[in-house]
Ligand binder design. Structure first.
Ligand code: PEP
Length: 271
């Protein structure tokens, strides 16, 4: 019988994952208020966290406050950082190490978000190092991959995400758990989401890459998220796809009611 990993309800059935990337929004006081209200809202809705995990990814300066709140109030909400240094420690002014994130019990970290690749010139090598730093410290990397509109035209839908994922996993051979977020760059913040079928086509290819590098069991257990203009009105279509296990949500994660509704996607799966 196949073994069942931490993120599987039954073999082959993965726990859904809805993650909110706040980007550079909400200071630590706003973060506390937001997380409290989100927790109440999901509690009122009787949210089943064993069916759908929900996480927020606040700026670094909010993490300690969010950690304190989550642990003091025993919230089932998770949190993660938006980035991590490729270095483990030392003279790297302004950087935050995976060890520091671990000290805040941070379960997840985004790595390779397209805004980091684009505005901070992060290369595949940087991203591989960051994934390795997270894995080494027991933090699950949420590895973001995705093609630009130009890539799509030149190479088709999956070539760039597949190559980015291969590169990101170059030093992560001993990873036990990763999350992958497929985020077409042309869909991020544009209001023009990919279709569920487009997301599924790429997610399936990404799962093959994970199987190739980390083995079939980890590939089966890995949550693959879709990201790019996700809203409560389109989330259900993505989650109906066999290889899409959740969403990385940007803009809509800052609207509490909207994000709570996305997390509650099972309630509008028929819509
Ligand atoms: C993102 O930046 O990760 C993202 C998916 O943004 P949005 O939901 O706003 O398109």
């Amino acid at each position: 019988m196949a073994s069942v990993g931490a993120n599987q309800k039954r073999a082959g059935e993965r726990v859904a994952f809805i993650a909110g990337n706040w980007k550079m929004n909400l200071d630590h006081l706003q973060a506390i208020a937001f997380v409290q209200k989100l927790a109440w809202s999901l509690k009122d809705a009787r949210h089943d966290f064993s069916d759908t995990e929900v996480a927020v990814f606040p700026p670094f300066t909010d993490l300690r406050s969010v950690q304190t709140l989550v642990s003091a109030d025993k919230l089932e909400l998770k949190y993660g950082a938006q980035d991590v240094s490729r270095h483990l420690s030392g003279a790297y002014t302004g950087e935050i190490s995976a060890e520091f994130l671990k000290a805040l019990d941070t379960p997840y970290v985004l790595v390779g978000h397209s805004e980091r690749r684009q505005y901070h010139r992060e290369t595949d090598d940087h991203i591989a190092d960051k994934v390795a730093a997270a894995v080494k410290n027991g933090i699950v990397p949420v590895i973001c991959v995705g093609e630009t509109a130009e890539d799509l035209e030149l190479y088709g839908p999956s070539a760039v995400p597949v190559s980015q994922l291969h590169a990101a996993l170059a030093l992560a051979g001993d990873a036990k758990e990763i999350v992958v977020a497929y985020e077409p760059v042309w869909a991020i913040g544009s209001g023009q989401a990919a279709t569920p079928e487009q997301a599924e086509q790429v997610a399936e290819q990404l799962r093959y890459v994970i199987a190739e590098v980390l083995g079939g069991e980890i590939a089966d257990a890995t949550r693959i998220l879709y990201g790019g203009s996700v809203k409560s009105s389109n989330i259900a279509g993505f989650l109906r796809q066999p290889n899409v296990d959740g969403a990385l949500v940007g803009g809509a994660s800052l609207d509490l009611a909207e994000f709570a509704s996305i997390a509650q996607f099972r309630k509008h799966v028929g819509t």
